[in-house]
Design a protein around this ligand. Structure first.
Ligand code: GLC
Length: 774
């Protein structure tokens, strides 16, 4: 960025003033402002002109006034610095160059500082901005959106620009489909803070200067608008980050089941056959996907009636088997000036599509050929887009995939040799008249805006129900409207391995409901890889298999009964764990906590756990140790602090130690329950809501003090505001107690209680509150 070559910097602080929770400092024109949004979140903005921009309607963050004013104090120090702070953070504006230091008021520990040559700078001839900070040797940086590579993001440059990376997700890959400019920093004692760059332009976090210990944040335009977030625990940071950018709403319960997808199922008949096979073979499943083959010449909002003669009948028949139908929608609308295709005609007549700065319709290639692109930043366009879904919704389809929404486009027909991915020109106008801007500013939030439209349409059609929407692209805050997947991965062991740190990273960035295509999208999965992928994929927050057209089949049954049994068993374990998983999701929707968590989330002070990315925690109480390499039948598993139980055998082992676990292909992965947990299990189901949770099995895993606790969250599985119940279980001195709060009444059921080394106890009827003595 030009600002790195010829940077201008703020001068000396001329004056400062505090208004309520905000401190302004003038550096001879350029200005820095600090607003304490909450006791632990400080918004620090830098504007070279001294004028701060108004909030955009598409901003992922709420207006400052939405946050109740926290207690704020301020002082001026002897060296001319000015401080403003609350109970969780103190921000010090240094007297020179707009430099900022952020401290923990409780301990005086420095969380962030700019160093002697750092601070904000800008390109006097352009709009690029940078902020240079210290990157202490003992700091690890996690998050930064959708990334390849290990958990710790030090040592690499991370660009935020939504990109359709349709081939090759490898260590050298930079931009991917999503941009989430947020990091969680952790020192070697496990103490954390976070930083979110609230800027939708192309931006970069450069963590390559390990020698100079400098971290550079750069953006192409807008303001350097940063939310600095207090810890000290990862959960504090992620909780605060998601209090700003939003949390995943609780999905409908069925969406926690297995989703079966493939691009390349050509006909309704084939979809019916696949569904029948899933059921005949006892593969638990809750959703089947319709990809672009179902459309007439790949045009959105149409059906290929020859191949899909009766979509409503299909949806109905699938629903009768407990399967939801999920339909893929792309953002490109086929250019059809001759008429006969309402979405194009209407969109063009009303001026809803993007035009270039010269006023010519912006046309690029997507699957159907030349396409026009809706301007989702405009509320009227979003409203129209929502209504384009009306007929689909009337067909019974109420779950969608928003695909190709980076937006992805090529300069020539997709299959023509040499076709290249392109972006709209940066000066392409966007947005409503009162907020007119350019593509450069809104490229990264294009998908978020589309998701708002789609989600709104689903909710309008089915008020009171939780929608399911899956989006490939997104910016910070994506989780509010959609689940997400990691795009077009490929069937390689390396990409199986990569999926774990990638999903753990997304989880830290608020995207709690995420998955990678099980089996790999491109390329051909052999039997062992496929089996291992189902085993791990059953632990992804979103368990969706997907495969590309033209690649070899990878349904669970393609390699015969032996491999199919492994896949089935993996999914059966997921379904048995649903009471626990749903409780984890409910907690995530309230707190922003990741569903699938890196070990550092709970064991950041343990050096052996901190950077582990080949194991993961599902919620707090389960830890999965997948097999990520061919031919392995055992694996080393690191058990953090405490006692851990092998879920398969019940055998206990004490932590801060590694064990060598059996991991035969034909079995279940090594999965461990945390000592101190009570984990609720249900019966195997063909689909999530096939029947009531009966029997409920409580597996008790005592800690070293022979105690354990657990929670079960329940509701009707779909309603937004309906009744719910939370039951807390405790095990102490051999006695198990249950206490239920809430107004949801589960169906009559039996409860089984399993405590290691004791005979199973059964309550024929679960009264909600109960006690079982030894
Ligand atoms: C994109 C999507 C993929 C989909 C395909 C065809 O590659 O990422 O999931 O199957 O388009 O629609």
């Amino acid at each position: 960025m030009a600002a790195e070559q010829t940077p201008a910097r703020p001068g000396t602080m001329r004056e400062h003033r505090r208004i309520g929770r905000t401190l302004f400092a003038d550096y001879g024109g350029p200005a820095v402002s600090v607003t304490l949004l909450t006791p632990g979140i400080a918004r620090i903005r830098f504007a070279p002109s001294g004028a701060f921009a108004p909030r955009r309607s598409w901003s992922p963050v709420p207006p400052d006034d939405d946050f109740d004013e926290p207690p704020v104090s301020g002082t001026t120090t002897a060296d001319g610095a000015v401080e403003i702070g609350s109970t969780g953070l103190t921000v010090r504006l240094e007297p020179a160059a707009g430099r900022v230091t952020v401290l923990d008021p409780a301990t005086g520990r420095v969380l962030l500082s700019d160093g002697p040559d750092g601070g904000p700078a800008w390109d006097p001839d352009g709009s690029a901005l940078t902020w240079t900070r210290r990157m202490p040797a003992d700091q690890h940086y996690f998050g930064l959106g959708e990334r390849t590579g290990p958990l710790d993001k030090r040592g690499r440059r991370h660009t935020f620009w939504n990109t359709d990376r349709f081939s090759g997700h490898c260590p050298g890959t930079d931009e991917l489909y999503k941009s989430i400019p947020f990091y969680l920093a952790m020192d070697e004692a496990g103490r954390c803070h976070g930083l979110y760059l609230n800027n939708t332009y192309r931006s970069v976090f450069d963590l390559t200067d390990e020698r100079g210990e400098r971290l550079v944040i750069a953006c192409d335009g807008g303001e350097l608008d940063q939310y600095v977030i207090a810890g000290p625990h990862p959960g504090d940071v992620v909780g605060r980050y998601t209090s700003v950018t939003g949390r995943m709403p609780l999905p409908p319960r069925w969406a926690l089941g297995y989703h079966h997808s493939r691009w390349g199922y050509e006909t309704e008949k084939q979809i019916r056959e696949v569904a029948a096979r899933l059921r005949a073979d006892g593969i638990p499943a809750d959703a089947v996907y319709l990809d672009i083959e179902a459309l007439d010449e790949y045009r959105n909002f149409t059906w290929d009636r020859k191949r899909f003669p009766d979509p409503a009948g299909l949806v109905r028949d699938l629903a009768a088997q407990g399967l939801q139908t999920v339909l893929l929608v792309d953002v490109g609308i086929k250019y059809q000036p001759e008429g006969g295709y309402r979405p194009f005609t209407e969109g063009a007549e009303r001026g809803y599509f993007l035009s270039d700065s010269g006023g010519r319709l912006l046309l690029r290639y997507v699957w159907p050929g030349l396409c026009a692109f809706p301007d989702f930043l405009r509320p009227d366009v979003r409203d129209w887009w929502g209504h384009l879904h009306d007929e689909l919704l009337a067909t019974g389809i109420h779950s969608f995939v928003n695909d190709m929404n980076e937006p992805s486009m090529r300069d020539r027909p997709i299959y023509e040799p040499g076709a290249r991915p392109v972006d709209p020109p940066p000066d392409t106008p966007h947005g409503p008249p009162d907020e007119r801007t350019t593509h450069a500013e809104v490229h990264n939030v294009y998908a978020n805006a589309e998701n708002v439209a789609t989600r709104g349409a689903i909710i309008r059609h089915r008020p009171g129900e939780r929608p399911f929407l899956l989006s490939r692209a997104g910016f910070a805050g994506l989780q509010r409207d959609a689940a997400t997947w990691t795009g077009d991965n490929a069937s390689y062991w390396e990409e199986l391995e990569l999926s774990l740190p990638q999903l753990l990273t997304l989880g830290l960035c608020g995207a709690a409901f995420a998955g990678a295509d099980i089996g790999g999208f491109y390329a051909d999965a052999g039997p062992e890889l496929l089996a291992r992928w189902y085993q791990l994929g059953a632990f992804y927050p979103l368990a969706r298999a997907h495969n590309a057209k033209g690649c070899s089949d990878q349904e669970p049954w393609v390699w015969g009964e032996r491999i199919e049994a492994v896949c089935r068993r993996a999914l059966e374990l997921r379904y048995r764990l649903l009471p626990y998983l749903y409780t984890v999701f409910a907690d995530a929707s309230r707190t922003g906590a990741p569903v699938l968590r890196p070990l550092l989330y709970h064991y950041g002070d343990d050096e052996s756990a901190r950077l582990r990315d080949d194991q993961a925690l599902l919620g707090r109480d389960l830890m999965v140790a997948p097999v990520l390499r061919p031919g392995r039948r055992t694996r080393e598993v690191y058990l953090p602090e405490g006692r851990w139980y092998d879920l398969r055998t019940g055998a206990a082992a004490d932590g801060r130690a590694s064990v060598l676990a059996d991991a035969p292909l034909e079995g279940e992965l090594p999965v461990y329950a945390r000592g101190g947990a009570v984990i609720p299990f249900g019966p195997v189901r063909r689909w999530v809501d096939e029947g009531p949770l009966d029997p409920l099995t409580l597996r008790v895993f005592p800690d070293a003090d022979n105690a354990a606790e657990g929670v079960l969250y329940e509701d009707d599985g779909v309603g937004v505001t309906g009744p719910s119940a939370t039951t807390r279980y405790a095990y102490r001195g051999g006695t198990v107690t249950a206490r239920r709060d809430g107004d949801f009444a589960p169906a009559r059921r039996a409860v089984r209680v399993e405590v290691p080394g004791r005979p199973e106890r059964v309550l024929d009827e679960d009264p909600g509150d109960w006690e079982l003595s030894p």
